[in-house]
Design a protein around this ligand. Sequence first.
Ligand code: BT5
Length: 265
Amino acid sequence: MQANIDLNKLLEGLDTKRVGRSIFFKRSVGSTNSWASKFAKLGACDGTVFLAESQTAGRGRLKRKWVSPAGGLWFSVVLRPRLKLTEAFGLVFVASLAVAEVLEELYGLKTQVKWPNDVLVNAKKVCGILAETKLESKNVEYVVVGVGINANFGVKKSLPEDLWKTATSLEDELGRKIELEMLFKALLEKLERLRDVFLEKGFCVVLDEWKKYAGFLGCQVDVVSMDERLAGLALDVDSSGSLVLKLGDGTVKHVFAGDVVLRSE
Ligand code: BT5
């Protein structure tokens, strides 16, 4: 099998204190989140990263499947922040903001974030984030933050047909392949920096930056959750990470979990 990721290049010049100081790598794994969780339970340090060239059982939220062919960037980071359960959601915003900023800075792409955990290019999903939290009474013991980026493959060639309308890849957007190691390092550096901003200055500082990429705000959306589908105007994201939705009858609802579908999609 030809390697997509050059291990020697992975750590060269990485400018972080903790994130990525220890990296576990496999050509193929079920899910980097499951792999990382297993090691987190055994005591993996803050910042330990689990990276795979492909995943055979990549996971999204609510047991959804995440398709992860070779050529993508699939990794999970174990974080051990001092946070209460009610604050852990902030790390999803940290991760999606990190991806949005890095894709813009490295490749000049116009990125958008979609509440709660997607990064889009040209209104299509290029990245998904999955954060899984382990608690110790009411505090966070660790969070595994999984990041999946469709990088060096064409969507029509490597993803199933039902995703062609909603997914994109860096290769499709840029018309070329990118250096995965460079993207990976830039992401680890950004993740660490934004994580520190979040822990030192609070969620609202991260949220203000995140909102600069939130093109869905001010749009008519459907919010689909386990038990309901709400239609309304996406007004804001509040300081608890909830989507603030103005419903048709004028009432304002704060929704903590669900998926946003833009009315035009
Ligand atoms: C997500 O879930 O978007 C979280 C995806 C997290 C993936 C990373 S990869 C590294 C780490 N290890 C894991 O096992 N997971 C993480 P959600 O919002 O629930 O979206 C899932 C939905 O996205 C699916 O139901 C599909 O509709 C769609 N989807 C699946 N694979 C995709 C892909 N490669 N690109 C774009 N959309 C995809």
